[in-house]
Design a protein around this ligand. Structure first.
Ligand SMILES: *Cc1c(COP(=O)(O)O)cnc(C)c1O
Length: 471
């Protein structure tokens, strides 16, 4: 028996129902203006191919030229969306590495835009008309703020460490305490960096206890330097012993070795003055006898991503002239931002106001509570009734390895739902908003810590789209 051909899957019939590429092109003037012939042509062909499949599968759909043009327009516009975009960080982690760490002050943003828009004297001495040094734009400021003779800057603290170790310890040994073989999130491990720098790690002491005699025993003719790594993202507690900077500095001096300290998070000021937990100040490592310190620009310093190397002039000069420096150097935009951020440190009284990182960290919990009380009903109104919004006390973290065991009291919005799945759907919807909102799911709640929220109106307004996203 002949199986009759189904009318709607007939190839010629489908082709007849869909408009031709040319017909769509003719109705696409504004698209062609905006995106050009080849992109629009490709998008139309892809759209028609997609619709043809629907028709073959006997799924009914609009095949009008207008609907095709509209669909092509929205797909082309969506493809132009930047992948890298601002988000609202309500995770409670102020310096969130995955969210780009420090938010820059306006002065830095303006300076970045200025040097981006015109040629600059990046490596040009305006006084003499001769070649200049890129480091000149920040070196004096760094030295002024932490009390060193010299300084140089590179792409990040990992690069700083790589450059320092490669310059001062290639083909030689470095004793490091087993308690300081740090791994930072995102697969940065001190032992790996050391290996790639061309030096050999000699582990000394134990995980919880390392003594000066352990270092002494490890020193031989192949030893290049002594090093201390700030255990920034964990703390070993209980029966512990570590050799402090002064003792290690004295031993290095006695042995004629440079003493290097990887500080991780570089903070230039005494945090306790702002009511925050104590974190070692960069300058104190120098006072304790460090010959070279390295730290990040975008952790507690609150600046752009970079690595700062500061210390003795003879050592910094050697580090600067390592050919690897060229591969790790900073660009003009980052230098402009760093310079502005460092200048803010000259006025500590205003710092908590001007530097976003410090402003977030020092916010008064009662202020955040007020914000939560205001925002809770506004957000609740924009959510389906299945969700409940409650202001709630919570704890923020500094992040990026600073003060790992100390949290700061904060306030947030806790959203509950009848199931975990429903909560996940909401958390996904928050991330699909025009300015994605990132919170954290904890203890059957979606918690939005408001410490870093400084765009309340935008937050509430765009939450009006949540119902639609959840539908
Ligand atoms: C964060 C950190 C690093 C890496 O710094 P980046 O700027 O992320 O490259 C290295 N060492 C320590 C101790 C750190 O805390």
């Amino acid at each position: 028996m002949d199986i009759p051909k189904r009318h709607s899957t007939d190839k010629t019939d489908i082709r007849r129902r869909l408009p031709s590429v040319d017909a769509v092109l003719q109705a696409s003037d504004s698209l062609l203006q905006h995106w050009g012939n080849s992109r629009v042509g490709m998008a139309i062909r892809a759209e028609l191919a997609g619709r043809r499949e629907y028709l073959v599968a006997e799924i009914d759909l609009d095949v009008s030229v207008e609907s095709i043009v509209e669909s092509v327009r929205s797909k082309l516009a969506a493809a132009d969306d930047s992948s890298l975009k601002p988000v609202i960080n309500l995770t409670g982690t102020v310096l969130h590495t995955n969210l780009g760490r420090a938010v820059l002050p306006q002065q830095a943003i303006d300076a970045m835009a200025q040097v981006a828009a015109m040629p600059t004297n990046l490596e040009y001495d305006l006084a003499s008309g001769d070649r200049g040094e890129r480091d000149d734009h920040v070196e004096a400021l760094i030295c002024e703020l932490i009390g060193t003779e010299a300084a140089t800057v590179v792409n990040n603290n990992a690069a700083a460490l790589l450059l320092v170790l490669n310059t001062l310890a290639e083909n030689a040994e470095i004793p490091v305490s087993r308690g300081e073989l740090v791994e930072i999130g995102g697969s940065f491990r001190v032992p790996d960096i050391m290996q790639r720098s061309g030096c050999s790690l000699v582990e000394v002491g134990t995980t919880n206890r390392t003594h000066l005699k352990d270092y002494k025993q490890a020193i031989n003719t192949r030893t290049a330097l002594l090093m201390k790594v700030h255990t920034s993202n964990y703390s070993v507690e209980g029966f512990t012993a570590a050799v402090d900077e002064s003792e290690l500095a004295a031993l290095a001096k006695e042995q004629g070795l440079p003493f290097v300290v990887d500080l991780g998070s570089g903070n230039l000021i005494d945090f306790t003055a702002y009511g925050l937990p104590h974190e070692p100040v960069t300058g104190s490592a120098i006072e304790h006898g460090a010959d070279v310190v390295t730290f990040s620009g975008d952790k507690l310093l609150g600046g752009p991503q970079c690595g700062i190397i500061a210390g003795r002039k003879d050592l910094i000069d050697r580090i600067r002239s390592n050919p690897l420096k060229r591969a790790l150097r900073l660009d003009k935009i980052t230098l402009a931002a760093l310079s502005e951020v460092l200048k803010l440190y000259r006025h500590p009284e205003k710092l908590a106001e001007e530097l976003p990182t410090l402003r977030y960290l020092t916010r008064d919990p009662s202020d955040i509570e007020k914000q939560a009380l205001l925002l809770a009903p506004a957000l609740a109104e924009n959510l389906p009734s299945a969700y409940t919004v409650t202001p709630q006390v919570c704890l923020s973290q500094i992040g990026s390895g600073a003060l790992p065991v100390q949290n700061i009291p904060s306030f947030g919005l806790a959203i509950t739902a009848s199931s975990d799945a429903q909560l996940r759907v909401l958390s996904d919807a928050f991330r699909q908003l025009p300015c994605p909102v990132v919170g954290r799911i904890n203890d059957k709640k979606l918690l939005l810590d408001l410490r870093c929220l400084d765009c309340d109106t935008q937050f509430v307004e765009q939450s009006g789209k949540l119902k639609e996203l959840l539908a």
